[in-house]
Design a protein around this ligand. Sequence first.
Ligand code: CMP
Length: 139
Amino acid sequence: MTERTLSIIKPDATRRNLEGKILAKIQDAGLKVVAMKRVRWTKYQAEKFYEVHRERPFYQDLVAFMTSGPIVLMVLEGENAIARYREVMGATNPEEAAEGTIRAEFAENIEANSVHGSDSPENAAKEIAMCFDGAEIVG
Ligand code: CMP
């Protein structure tokens, strides 16, 4: 099934100039970039995006981190893109991430973990709509 998922290259990765290396792993996995832009989120945008984590102890730190520098937002398209991209990213905690994954190679810690990817079709649709206008997505 062809799916779309939202990908974010996080501030720890843009700070270290890792966009190209991360993009290579995404494209080598057969995922197609159908939208991409570099932005810096406001506190309000980060709070809204991570609203599901509002009650978690790490929420305020996560919002501060996600607004600490530029990020790259992408829509990825492909066969089973949601699960496929989660495989390419590796586990949230880089210490648990499989060898060769983005997080195993590049993440600094569980918070500054270089990338985000949607975790379900419902969240993918929500997150893509939050970050892109329809006309910015070109398949
Ligand atoms: P992400 O996939 O973007 O989804 C939620 C984010 O919260 C996650 O990646 C991490 O950046 C962060 N996160 C998740 N768990 C923790 C934790 N235990 N401590 C700090 N940050 C976390």
